[in-house]
Ligand binder design. Structure first.
Ligand code: UDP
Length: 322
């Protein structure tokens, strides 16, 4: 860590996909880690290996309520939120609450403790973008009343709240805009493209590509994302900062890549495109390169191989569960 050392940190949503990887990284760096999660979409399985660690503690808690932590804190990382498009229809109010009330509570805690605050924001702030790739200076093209609006607007509000606490209260803040990320510990059935395609390929079922599959995304392996977040937290740059893989591909290409990695002969079938589904998504990472000397190291295909191995194991374990 360059600028300052983080001895004791809180990760909200610490039992989620990204949160659990973050907890693991902070423990490896020698920090004491407090993990809060209400397990709405997070899972105890994700943090099971960490529970016995002497510097790790877990609290089953809904962070939209007042946050109380005894003792000092050096950083608060706000990662709690359902994040799959399937959740946008299933959990709209919870998403709006954790992005707004949860961010407010987490900022209040950071202010009280004099801790650095890092907000997990998202490329969804750019909506269905009219510029590609998207630099941080782009304000976005979001439908506030659409199905995705609950997530997009909650995160945009969270960014506004974070900047208000920074400007008005002098809280030391960082904002990361996270693009599509994949890797071990994604929920098997959260409805996102990579988990869906992997499960379908492993089970020999058809891969469901939405629309004609020409829409693009840019997929970053989780280890690279965590490295970028770690560097941003230790930097003196407030952000927002894009962290993602600039390698853009169509969803049809992704489906084919997964068939190849899985050695699967499943067919590809086409299904309706969900409303407001962004047509393109690609981060401009000039800023991350300049300020953090960061760029992804793991090629998509390598990341898919690692993720496929984890999914195979997780699916077979799920199959054996009572
Ligand atoms: N998608 C798909 N098949 C699926 C699930 C998703 O073709 O079974 C598409 C989805 O319509 C979108 C892209 O894959 O265009 C990425 O979707 P995902 O849910 O992973 O994340 P998003 O980037 O849309 O938040």
């Amino acid at each position: 860590m360059t600028a300052r050392t983080f001895h004791r940190v809180l990760v909200t949503g610490g039992a989620g996909f990204l949160g659990s990887h973050l907890c693991e990284r902070f423990l490896a760096e020698g920090c004491e880690v407090l993990c809060f999660d209400n397990l709405l979409t997070g899972r105890m399985d994700n943090i099971a290996p960490l529970l016995g660690h002497e510097r790790f503690s877990f609290e089953h808690y809904d962070v939209t309520n007042h946050l109380y932590v005894a003792g000092p804190l050096d950083a608060v990382l706000h990662f709690a939120s359902p994040a799959s498009p399937a959740d946008f229809e299933r959990l709209p109010i919870q998403i709006l609450k954790v992005g707004s009330l949860g961010t407010h509570k987490a900022l209040g805690l950071a202010k009280a403790k004099g801790a650095r605050f890092l907000l997990a924001s998202t490329s969804e702030c750019y909506g269905d973008p009219e510029v590609n790739p998207q630099p941080e200076s782009y304000w976005g093209h979001v439908n506030p009343i659409g199905i995705r609006g609950v997530y997009d607007e909650a995160k945009r509000f969270a960014e506004a709240m974070t900047m208000a606490y920074h400007r008005h209260h002098g809280v030391d803040v960082r904002i990361v805009r996270i693009f599509n990320t994949f890797g071990p510990r994604m929920q098997l059935h959260d409805g996102r493209a990579i988990p869906n395609f992997l499960c379908q390929a492993i089970r020999g079922e058809p891969l469901t590509v939405f629309g004609d599959g020409s829409q693009t995304r840019s997929f970053c392996y989780v280890d690279d994302l965590i490295e970028g977040i770690w560097r941003l937290l230790g930097s003196e740059h407030v952000g927002p900062m894009n962290i993602g893989n600039p390698e853009e591909m169509s969803l049809l290409q992704m489906a084919r890549a997964i068939l190849a990695v899985a050695g699967s002969s499943s067919e590809i079938v086409f299904r309706g495109l969900p409303p407001d589904d962004p047509k393109v998504r690609r981060p401009d990472i000039t800023l991350a390169r300049q300020v953090l000397d960061w760029e992804p190291r793991v090629a998509v295909e390598d990341g898919l191989r690692r993720t496929h191995a984890w999914f195979e194991k997780a699916l077979s374990e799920a199959g054996r569960a009572p």
